[in-house]
Write a protein that binds this ligand. Structure first.
Ligand SMILES: [Zn+2]
Ligand SMILES: [Zn+2]
Length: 327
């Protein structure tokens, strides 16, 4: 197999020839057909997340086909198309796992961070954490659903039922969650970097009621806002934009420091909360609904060996929607 490997934090990924691996008990080997590139991959490369495995193969929005099955695997067979998300393994016995919050497991493994992921021609996954994807939709179009879509979905649920939804940072996750929110008959208010006319136009084209810079106030008070951008300065801006009792949800795994803010921004039962990881139930719920919603992902494809370019373009915001690597 071949992979783009991160040997040292902060270094470029290196095209590497590796011996084929065989799935152990409970594992599957998947021939990768597409792997999305997520902001979290940048955080791994940049060393913004604690204790990554190194060397590591990044990538956690994997679509591929099972090509070998380890002992004891139930419900998956060779040839079946599966999706492999960020959550790669949980302990199953900690209070979070047994209490229905496996996203907060005390001893988890994450694909592309603490176990090898999908920037490769093949990957080994814990079979219990792979989602059958069926045959509808292309591999490339489905890849961004595996993290951007899933985290957006969980964030939307935690944001509550409010009709007027603000999305701060209009990239891969927001362009998917906007479609879900519109399908749920909500109005979407999109906030981009000030002056990013291209992304504001993209948001309006997808059906946003309003699009503007993150330094602007929306034309109406919001019921809730989700912050996908990694900028802590947006927290007070978003709190200012939501109504009494409204929620601000921070969806990223990493954010720059949140500046001091006057208490009156939080006062009147506004809620500020973060979203961490996903549960398998989130994945099942979202992937079942995605075809019904008719989510169309906007993707830019790169050959696998151009992963460094894809990461650089993501960092610079040089494409709409999501980048996807194709081996
Ligand atoms: Zn656990
Ligand atoms: Zn991700």
């Amino acid at each position: 197999m071949q992979a783009m490997v991160l040997r040292n934090i902060g270094a470029a990924l290196e095209w590497t020839e590796l011996p084929d691996r065989h799935p152990g008990p409970g594992e599957i080997r998947v021939k990768v057909a597409a792997c999305g590139v997520c902001r979290t991959d940048l955080h791994v490369v940049d060393g913004e997340l604690p204790d990554p495995k190194t060397p590591i193969i990044p990538g956690h929005e994997i679509v591929g086909r099972v090509d070998a099955v380890g002992s004891g695997v139930e419900g998956l067979r060779v040839g079946e198309r599966v999706g492999i998300p960020w959550l790669g393994h949980t302990c199953g016995v900690c209070p979070f796992c047994t209490g229905g919050h496996e996203n907060l497991c005390d001893r988890p493994l994450f694909n592309g961070y603490t176990r090898d992921g999908g920037f490769a021609t093949a990957t080994i996954a814990d079979a219990r954490f792979a989602f059958p994807l069926g045959e509808a939709g292309s591999d490339v179009a489905l890849a961004p659903l595996l993290c951007a879509g899933l985290i957006g979905w969980r964030s939307l649920a935690i944001a509550g039922d409010g009709k007027r939804l603000g999305l701060y940072g209009f990239g891969a996750a927001a362009h998917i969650v906007a479609q879900v929110a519109l399908w749920q008959e909500r109005s979407v208010f999109a906030f981009t970097q000030p002056g990013d006319v291209a992304n504001q136009t993209f948001a309006r084209r997808l059906g946003a009621t309003w699009a503007g810079g993150s330094d602007e106030m929306p034309p109406e008070q919001l019921d809730a806002a989700i912050i996908f951008a990694t900028v802590g300065d947006l927290v007070p801006m978003a709190l200012k934009a939501v109504r009494k009792g409204g929620s601000v949800v921070c969806a990223g795994i990493h954010m720059s420091d949140i500046p001091g803010l006057p208490y009156r921004l939080l006062w009147e039962e506004r809620r500020l909360v973060s979203v961490a990881n996903l549960t398998r139930q989130d994945g099942l719920d979202f992937l079942r609904l995605a075809p019904e919603i008719g989510i169309v992902t906007s993707t830019t494809c790169y050959p696998l060996d151009q992963a460094n370019q894809a990461l650089a373009d993501l960092r610079a915001g040089r494409f709409e929607g999501a980048a996807v690597l194709v081996p």
